[in-house]
Design a protein around this ligand. Structure first.
Ligand code: FES
Length: 163
């Protein structure tokens, strides 16, 4: 349930406080707390960073540093599905730029953007640890490797069909 003013709902606050109590220092729950927020809202707003920071007894700037360090935590709104296309060296050698251009054309967006229907966001990412199957990407929580234009087309079509 969302609150009318966009602040964190009570159940999310309670979950974050419970996570903080499991840690020696509340700040130890930073990443887990931000994941809780993201799992509900799909991204982490500045308002939510401030609220979580207060719950964890830390400054909003310090928590924002955590949120922006991890590229699986989103500080801007994203689409229903997120494609993270690796841009590190093995994938680059194996043609990720050509695949990125293909994806951009199919989706009608550039990296960093979301499709007009809000279905898919395309983001670059550092190595996904799947170099032996380069080029690789992460679509939501699923890792895909040995990509080519056909597998990309199939992946995008299947994401669009998902609720
Ligand atoms: S360089 Fe792309 S998965 Fe490692």
């Amino acid at each position: 349930m969302l609150t009318a003013d966009g602040t964190l709902p009570a159940d999310i606050k309670a979950e974050i406080l419970a996570l903080a109590q499991e840690e020696l220092h509340p700040q130890g729950a930073s990443v887990a707390a931000l994941q809780v927020v993201q799992s509900r809202f799909r991204w982490i707003s500045t308002q939510h960073v401030k609220e979580v920071a207060q719950l964890l007894d830390m400054s909003p700037d310090a928590l924002d540093g955590v949120a922006t360090y991890f590229n699986l935590l989103f500080r801007k709104p994203v689409g229903k599905h997120v494609i993270l296309l690796c841009d590190s060296v093995s994938c680059w050698v194996m043609g990720r730029d050509r695949l990125c251009a293909h994806l951009c054309k199919k989706l009608g967006i550039q990296p960093g953007e979301t499709t007009a229907d809000g279905a898919i966001t395309l983001l670059p990412t550092v190595c996904l640890g799947h170099c032996d199957h380069a080029p690789a990407l992460l679509a939501d929580e699923n890792l895909h490797g040995n990509l080519n234009t056909d597998t990309l087309d199939h992946l995008v079509d299947s994401l669009r069909e998902k609720p």
